[in-house]
Design a protein around this ligand. Structure first.
Ligand SMILES: *Cc1c(COP(=O)(O)O)cnc(C)c1O
Length: 351
């Protein structure tokens, strides 16, 4: 039986005796040891934290279960969010589970089909906004300020509370924090949540060590790296296509307090890591998730030594989320044959 984030971590979350406890099976995700990328980057102990194994296919479920539980506790009946996809899929799933009305603001031109398919099927109300993600977020914040609806974007503090539990699991699985944590950065909520989780784990003496937080933006959406908001963010990695990260300052603090870095990777580097993960590790992640692996490859190739401690790459979401990108990859082999045994044997060299 899966206990879920609320039950398993209730002592470490803002859960009271009035908070409803439920789960769709989020959390407790696998930490899988790398075979091939580990050799490539010269790291003896590299692990992938497969957040793609959450119920809707991304880490967003960890935070959403807490945000929705608190919305119910506070008597809410409607949740709203702006999303390029994964937040909407998660909100729609937990909203459906709890009988809440879910309204999703989606930037009209920038949504990955796999993700919208989830929100549609879970029955959310979808409002397509003629603008970018930042417009959708601005509008939804204003709506939540003026009206009795609950905002479940990562500005909702309960989201980050739930997301920090991934850091707890890594500490528990490894018997302490890794030396480095590589993570993609979009709105910068997740890097903030992991740092909060590691800090709490340290305070509770679950770990003596603390990781350096290694965050990676896409180079076409690298506001933090460039030190200014990006007017029209552009990257193949839709989940990190964010021009003005909501948790910008907190992410910078996580970087500085941990002695880490926030750097950028190009779409080519992201796609290289994306295909490498699938073909050499058997892990089909979404392009945004590949940004953490691309960052690891970039730093290793730049001469960073990684063989004196454990390294974790957070695989934030599933490759099935974005079939449009997947089908742009050159097939390793794909040819057409007549439905004829002789032709097939011939082609396979078995004649
Ligand atoms: C949301 C998301 C991100 C970015 O996380 P932030 O908290 O916005 O930095 C990265 N990858 C995936 C798959 C996501 O869903």
């Amino acid at each position: 039986m899966i206990t879920g984030v609320l039950e398993r971590y209730k002592d470490y979350l803002p859960v009271t005796d009035k908070t409803p406890i439920f789960t769709l099976g989020e959390g407790d995700t696998p930490l899988v040891k790398s075979a091939s990328v580990a050799r490539e980057v010269g790291c003896d102990e590299l692990y992938f934290k497969l957040e793609s194994c959450n119920p809707t296919g991304s880490f967003k479920d960890r935070g959403m279960v807490v945000a929705v539980a608190k919305a119910l506790e506070e008597g809410g009946d409607t949740i709203v969010c702006a999303s390029t996809g994964n937040t909407s899929a998660s909100a729609a799933a937990y909203g459906a589970r709890c009988g809440l009305s879910t309204i999703i603001f989606v930037p009209k031109d920038y949504v990955a089909r796999g993700k919208l398919a989830q929100a549609i099927t879970y029955g959310a109300r979808i409002m397509l906004i003629d603008g970018g993600f930042d417009d959708a977020l601005r509008l939804v914040r204003e709506i939540a300020d003026k009206h009795p609806v609950v905002l479940v974007n990562s500005l909702n503090p309960y989201r980050l509370q739930g997301q920090k539990t991934a850091a707890f699991e890594i500490v528990q699985d490894l018997g302490g924090a890794p030396a480095h944590l590589f993570i993609p950065v979009g709105n910068a909520g997740n890097i903030t949540a992991y740092w909060m989780g590691f800090q709490e784990a340290h305070r509770m003496e679950w770990t003596g060590a603390m990781p350096r937080m290694m965050g990676f933006e896409a180079s076409g959406a690298a506001a933090i790296v460039k030190g200014r908001p990006i007017e029209s963010p552009d990257t193949i990695a839709s989940a990190i296509r964010v021009g003005n990260p909501a948790s910008w300052k907190k992410a910078v603090r996580a970087r500085d307090e941990s002695g880490g870095v926030i750097d950028a990777v190009t779409d080519d580097e992201i796609m290289e890591a994306y295909t490498m993960m699938a073909r050499q590790e058997g892990i089909f992640c979404e392009p945004a998730s590949a940004a953490s692996v691309a960052g690891l490859l970039k730093l290793a190739r730049g001469g960073m030594r990684l063989n004196d401690g454990k390294v974790v790459c957070v695989i934030t979401g599933s490759g099935l989320k974005d079939p449009d990108t997947a089908v742009t990859v050159e097939p390793a082999f794909m040819e057409e044959y007549p439905a004829d045994i002789d032709a097939i044997e011939d082609a396979m060299g078995l004649a």
